[in-house]
Structure formats: structure tokens, C-alpha cells
Design a protein around this ligand. Structure first.
Ligand code: MN
Ligand code: MN
Length: 477
């Protein structure tokens, strides 16, 4: 053996060198990677809002034999190891659980992901006319770069609830036969001043208005805003709504189109809403693979993460601890606050959220030695937050060691990660809200390029690695 080869053996033994999944996996595994990505793209293309994500996941779960909690609890004595249940909260969050062999009171295994994504919501009085064009005003949701949204084909998904309570579904722009909507931008010929502005100021929030029509209703006399009236008339015919009905609506504006393969080698997925539907999907599929786990396995897909986890569908609400309380009650026949708190404190969790992948075109914002790389597997973060570890949960060394052991034991490719250079910026996840209950939690997810952009990019290898990693976590005791 040459001196050179000996050296590299020692390095292999001692140095940490994450490897690309594409170099590690055999052909059979890579076939599975691509097959998994097909299912994922199908899901991502349909699950354009949190409501649609809940709808799709509920469908998948029922196919896998999951039973809705309310229906299930009537036969409370049947809550046995391997039983599969789910609970939906206001059509915007869904919890899925597989009962473990051990008692719920011994602790649970949680995987937390979120199904809300940055987007544009309609304002309460969105419709107006200006210069014979009709528009809808929006209010952006979550952290977007506003300049990325004009001149893109956009779709609208959501519900309008009439005063009577009747709910009308709106899904326009994703079927190729549908019209789309668009926010206008300036032509370069007249954009000299706009282009001299900072990116942040180039497009203002009040300029994120959708063009929705241009034909005036000429038959109607004595009307000033005939284009607006024509749109109202069309909406009334199509959905039976009046202008006031926009007040009781959740209408979300998202990029139109399905998720697509990216690159000649088709190694990546480009699509809207991968933060955090990619981890959501991987977690759900991992749970489907769990038959009779040691500990009760729970996947919570939550809403409102992008705006601080408030409201009764966000992680600061008690809907999820109440679900655990119900499981405990069904199991023990007792209502016990102490029992609930002990169970939560004895639990372990993964906050399954995306992180930033290293982007070689913008090297200056990353610490390349501590940044997740596309295709290098599940990105594991000890902490998130910003500038001196503010606003974060930090996982303890003991828990990091356990997760390393679990991932390596199951041969899951993974990489230590952090979000960018220390003083450049940062971001938080729901991990801290779980930690409040005393359980151990760390962040582990898929690294994205273009995070929070209308179209985000994920490596198919990382998506599959997340699926394997979450499964290994749920299987481990
Ligand atoms: Mn996220
Ligand atoms: Mn996000």
C-alpha cells in the first residue's frame, strides 16, 4: 500500500466528511429515490395550501388504514399497539399517530412539520377598478421577497364562507384550462428609477395587486366602475357570491403550476411550498412505514409557522397537547394533568423543517464548513435562531449523540448544518414550542435552494434521506 493510501485511510477513520448520497447509494436505492420523488411531486402539485395539504394527507392516511379520532374513540377499549388514528383541526392542521407497544404515558415520538408556506392572501376588500382594469389587493403572508412575485403566473386556492355558513371552494389557475392571475411590473424602458432602488423597495406591499379583468359591463347604466361590476357579476354567476363575501374567505395566491423535475439529470424537484411540505410529506410517508413501534409515534403537521406559530392552528395552541391528553384518557380511563406533563417531558421530537442549502453563487452569506449541501442527506441542526443563538431551542449534546446513533445505525445519509454565517441572519422553527414541554428536540430537514421563493429547489436524494431518517427515528427505542 502506498503512503498516500495509508494517509487517506487514517483520514477516513478520523475526519468528518459527509458524502453525496449519489456517490454512496447503489442503483437499487437510487431507483427508490426517483420513485419516491414522483409521489412527492404529485402531492406537492396538489397541496398548494394548508387546507389542500390536509385534504391530500387525510386521503393518503385513510388509504393506509388511519381512522379519524372521533370515530375511533367510540370503541375506546380498542386503542392497541399498531392502531392508527388521525385528527384534523379546522382543516388546517392534521395529527397522525400510531399507537406504540408501550403506554402513551411512557412518552411519545413526535415529528413536527408545517404545511403553511409563504404566499399572498387577499385583503378583506380586495376588488377595485383603476383605469378600466380590475384588480385584487393582497397582503403577503410570511417572509417573501416582494420583487419575486410580479410577472409570474399565479393561481388562487381557498374557501369563501357565506353568511349562511355555506362554504364555497375556489381553485383557479392550476388546471391548464383555467385562467391565471398576474401582478404587473414595469417595463425596463420605464424602470430606470425603480432599478436604482434597493431590491427591498423596488416592489411595495401595496403594489402586489393581481390583474383580474378588463371588460366593462356596458349593459349596466349609471355605473362608474363597470369592469369591477363585470367581475362581481361573473363571480356571482360562478360562485353565487357578493363583494361582502370576501370578508369571510381564506383565499391564497400561489404560483401556478405543478412541481417539476429540475436539471438534465432530473436530480432535483422545483416547486412551490417545499418549505415545509417536503418534510411534511417525508414524515407522513415515514409514519406509514411504522407498524408496531415501541413508543407511540406522532406526526403533527401544523399551520402558521411562517408567521410565528400563533392562532388556534399554530403550534402555540393546545390542540396537539389536547390530542395527547385524549390518547392518555382512552388508555388509562383517567384525566391527569400530571400524567400528560410527564408523558410530554418523557418524549423525544424532531422538528422537521427545511434549512438553506449552500448556494455557490452567493458564497459570502454561508459558512461553507457548517452549511448543508444539496444531495448530502438529512440536514441535522443543533440549534437555529440568530446572532448569538437568540430565539432558538438548542438540542443537548446527549440528544444529538442519540440522533447520530440512530441515523448512522440505519445507514441514513445525514450532514450537520446551520443556516448561514453567524451574524448574517437566521431563522427559527417550532422546536422551541416543543421544548417548552420538557421533551428533547432537534431540527432535521431537507436543505433547499431558493427557500421562500415562489419556486423552491430540493434534491431528490435529500427528500429520500429525510424519509429514511424520520423512519429510523420513529423505529428507534
Ligand atoms: Mn419552514
Ligand atoms: Mn419558512
Amino acid at each position: 500500500m502506498s503512503e498516500e493510501a495509508k494517509k487517506s485511510k487514517l483520514e477516513e477513520k478520523l475526519a468528518l466528511k459527509p458524502k453525496s448520497c449519489w456517490e454512496v447509494w447503489d442503483k437499487k436505492t437510487i431507483d427508490k429515490v426517483f420513485a419516491f420523488a414522483e409521489d412527492y411531486k404529485d402531492f406537492l402539485g396538489k397541496a398548494k395550501t394548508e387546507r389542500l395539504a390536509v385534504y391530500e394527507i387525510r386521503k393518503l392516511a385513510e388509504k393506509e388504514g388511519f381512522v379519524e379520532w372521533g370515530k375511533f374513540s367510540k370503541k375506546a377499549d380498542c386503542f392497541r399497539a399498531g392502531d392508527k388514528v388521525y385528527l384534523v383541526n379546522r382543516n388546517k392542521t392534521i395529527i397522525l399517530a400510531v399507537k406504540g407497544k408501550r403506554a402513551v404515558g411512557d412518552g411519545l415520538r413526535f415529528i413536527l412539520a408545517h404545511i403553511d408556506s409563504p404566499r399572498l392572501d387577499l385583503k378583506l376588500r380586495p376588488l377595485y377598478e383603476d383605469t378600466q382594469l380590475a384588480f385584487l389587493k393582497t397582503h403577503y403572508y410570511g417572509g417573501i421577497k416582494k420583487y419575486q412575485w410580479p410577472a409570474l403566473p399565479l393561481a388562487m386556492h381557498g374557501v369563501i364562507v357565506l353568511r349562511s355558513g355555506r362554504k364555497i371552494e375556489v381553485n383557479v389557475g392550476d388546471d391548464p384550462r383555467d385562467p391565471i392571475f398576474m401582478i404587473g411590473d414595469l417595463l425596463p424602458h420605464l424602470a430606470k428609477k425603480q432599478l436604482e432602488k434597493k431590491l427591498k423597495e423596488a416592489i411595495g406591499a401595496e403594489e402586489l395587486n393581481l390583474v383580474v379583468g378588463s371588460i366593462p359591463l356596458i349593459a349596466e347604466k349609471g355605473v362608474k366602475e363597470k369592469v369591477k361590476l363585470n367581475i362581481l357579476n361573473l363571480l356571482n354567476r360562478e360562485y353565487g357570491i357578493k363583494e361582502e363575501d370576501f370578508v369571510s374567505a381564506d383565499l391564497e395566491i400561489v404560483p401556478a403550476g405543478r412541481a417539476r423535475d429540475l436539471g438534465w439529470d432530473r436530480s432535483m424537484v422545483a416547486g412551490y411550498g417545499q418549505d415545509d411540505r417536503v418534510c411534511s410529506y417525508a414524515a407522513v410517508r415515514a409514519l406509514f412505514g411504522v407498524k408496531r413501534p415501541e413508543f407511540t409515534s406522532v406526526v403533527i403537521l401544523t399551520d402558521k409557522e411562517e408567521t410565528g406559530s400563533r392562532s388556534n392552528t399554530g403550534m402555540t395552541s393546545r390542540f396537539w397537547t389536547d390530542f395527547v391528553r385524549k390518547m392518555l384518557f382512552v388508555e388509562t380511563g383517567e384525566e391527569s394533568e400530571i400524567g400528560l406533563r410527564d408523558a410530554l417531558a418523557a418524549s423525544e421530537a424532531i422538528s422537521a423543517d427545511v434549512t438553506a442549502a449552500f448556494n455557490p453563487d452567493h458564497k459570502d452569506v454561508y459558512d461553507p464548513r457548517n452549511q448543508a449541501k444539496m444531495g448530502f442527506g438529512l440536514a441535522v441542526e443543533k440549534y437555529t435562531g440568530h446572532r448569538g443563538k437568540y430565539s432558538t431551542n438548542e438540542a443537548h449534546a446527549e440528544y444529538m449523540a442519540k440522533i447520530r446513533r440512530v441515523l448512522s445505525g440505519a445507514r441514513v445519509p445525514w450532514q450537520p448544518a446551520q443556516l448561514g454565517k453567524v451574524d448574517v441572519g437566521g431563522g427559527g422553527t417550532v422546536a422551541m414550542f416543543l421544548a417548552e414541554y420538557g421533551m428533547d428536540v432537534l431540527d432535521a430537514g431537507v436543505a433547499l435552494l431558493n427557500m421562500h421563493a415562489p419556486f423552491e429547489i430540493a434534491s431528490k436524494a435529500d427528500i429520500y434521506a429525510a424519509y429514511l431518517g424520520y423512519g429510523a427515528f420513529l423505529f428507534a427505542s
